[in-house]
Design a protein around this ligand. Structure first.
Ligand code: FE2
Ligand code: FE2
Length: 468
């Protein structure tokens, strides 16, 4: 097999023997990780997947039946921009960095490793879901997400191997050694250590946690370190499908729940094998709050340093802002002082995590509006909502304190008393799990979710997306 078939790429890998050797050494370790930690029980099946074979509009959306271990994980960067410049921060307007600037080396490596760690983590979290798929269409979407997260790992490992020498290679190895949820060698970020063992979790995860990925990648797509910017731009095209899976998945669950509510005189969907809206709301509360943590502290000197260095910009930095230096200006956010919530003004650059989080929240709200429209369309009056950003946080200003869903500061005892109403309980999770029985006949769907309005890439819902 030639090099391009082993490692498809548009980075002239064949001309860089050192990098080629390093990646070829890493490849079997990746495959053995995929074998151990990738989707369990379906490795030999034909799955109708899209594969990136180039970054052009035709190339990256190539659809065919593939066995997952034979998926062509490749290295694809958006084409380089001639005369690319650092787009923000203290070095604004200077030529973009083609190599890692020595003074930013540690910061950049940390950014890339943290992003890279999330990719295999989510595959690990989702590895058992295939056994309980609600339809072949959903099973295929799960595997599509999984193989693309595998490719995202490749994307970050390429940067580590290509630009960070020895310690980059060590970090690339460590990415295959940590394990989601393992107390001895956990993944770096907490959302990626949470179990994702039923399909309601999966949809909420791809809606809220993959969407954090969109905002992190968008901020890094602005980076003055050009290889990182070009890598992230291409990853974003894949990420869109992951969020589609989550957003439409939840929408379909909500729709089905609404239909079942209308069928039962007491609106009791449990009696009809559906998922009650209260449980859906709790899953939203859980994954939204964990995903908010991924943006980091509200007041952050790291965010200021990364921005000053031109490494991590704001969301749509070039399109949305005129002042790319952002050295002046301030931002007001709520902090807890003497047991009370009070406003505090901080320098703009120290509030960039919070500003990015705000963009993310706005985006999530659009999803909620779509799901609420599904409720309205079915004639149900109840509505779903996002909890306040202070609710159930483990990182930043609000960690270690307690807030209700509206963001009011409350005592720990009150939180403990009410948390079973706000967050999934063991019984809720068991109930949801009890509904998860695989439906694998083409065109059939589980009772607790509505079918999608269309299939994938022009194929009907009845298409045999996975040959079992
Ligand atoms: Fe990803
Ligand atoms: Fe993703």
């Amino acid at each position: 097999m030639n090099l391009y078939d082993r490692i498809p790429n548009n980075v002239n890998l064949s001309e860089d023997k050192r990098l080629q050797r390093a990646l070829e050494k890493w490849l079997p370790n990746f495959l053995s990780w995929w074998h151990d930690m990738g989707p369990e029980g379906f490795q030999e099946k034909d799955v109708w997947l899209r594969t990136a074979i180039d970054v052009g509009s035709e190339g990256w959306a190539h659809f065919d039946y593939v066995k997952m271990p034979e998926y062509r994980w490749g290295i694809f960067l958006e084409p380089a921009q001639p005369d690319a410049k650092v787009g923000f921060g203290d070095n604004y307007g200077q030529p973009a960095y083609q190599e890692v600037p020595g003074e930013f080396r540690n910061a950049l490596r940390r950014i890339i490793v943290t992003q890279g760690d999330t990719e295999p983590a989510s595959v690990e979290q989702q590895r058992l879901l295939g056994h309980t798929c609600p339809s072949l269409y959903d099973l295929r979407n799960l595997f599509q997400v999984n193989v693309e997260e595998g490719r995202h790992l490749w994307a970050m490992v390429y940067l580590l191997h290509g630009y960070f020498g020895r310690d980059g290679r060590d970090e690339a190895d460590a990415l295959l050694e940590r394990r989601s949820g393992n107390p001895d060698k956990p993944r770096i970020l907490e959302a990626f250590n949470q179990p994702c063992d039923d399909w309601l979790n999966f949809y909420a995860f791809t809606m809220f946690t993959d969407r954090d990925g969109k905002y992190q990648l968008s901020a890094l797509a602005e980076s003055g370190f050009e290889p990182l910017a070009r890598t992230c731009k291409f990853m974003l095209t894949e990420e869109a499908h992951h969020m589609f899976v989550g957003d439409t998945g939840l929408s379909r669950v909500v729709k089905r729940t609404a239909q079942l509510m209308k069928q039962n005189p007491d609106e009791d969907v449990r009696a009809l094998g559906g998922i009650p809206l209260e449980i859906i709301q709790k899953y939203i509360n859980f994954w939204f709050s964990y995903s908010l943590d991924l943006f980091g502290g509200e007041i952050s000197s790291n965010s200021a340093d990364f921005f000053a260095a031109g490494l991590k910009g704001r969301f749509k930095e070039q399109d949305q802002y005129k002042d790319h230096v952002a050295a002046e200006g301030s931002y007001t956010l709520m902090v807890v002082e003497d047991g009370k919530l009070v406003p505090r003004e901080v320098p703009l650059r120290n509030a960039l995590n919070e500003i990015l989080r705000g963009e993310y929240v706005k985006d999530c709200e659009k999803g909620l509006a779509r799901w609420n429209k599904a409720l309205a369309d079915e004639g149900v009056n109840q509505r779903l909502y996002l909890p306040n950003v202070r609710f159930h946080r483990h990182v930043g200003e609000y960690a270690g304190r307690h807030f209700d869903l509206a963001g009011n500061l409350i005592a720990k005892e009150e939180f403990e008393r009410r948390k079973t109403v706000w967050l999934p309980t063991v019984e809720d999770r068991e109930y949801v799990r009890s509904l998860m029985k695989a439906v694998t006949e083409p065109g059939k769907i589980a009772n607790w979710i509505a079918p999608p309005s269309t299939g994938i890439k022009g194929k009907p819902f009845e298409f045999e997306y996975v040959r079992l």
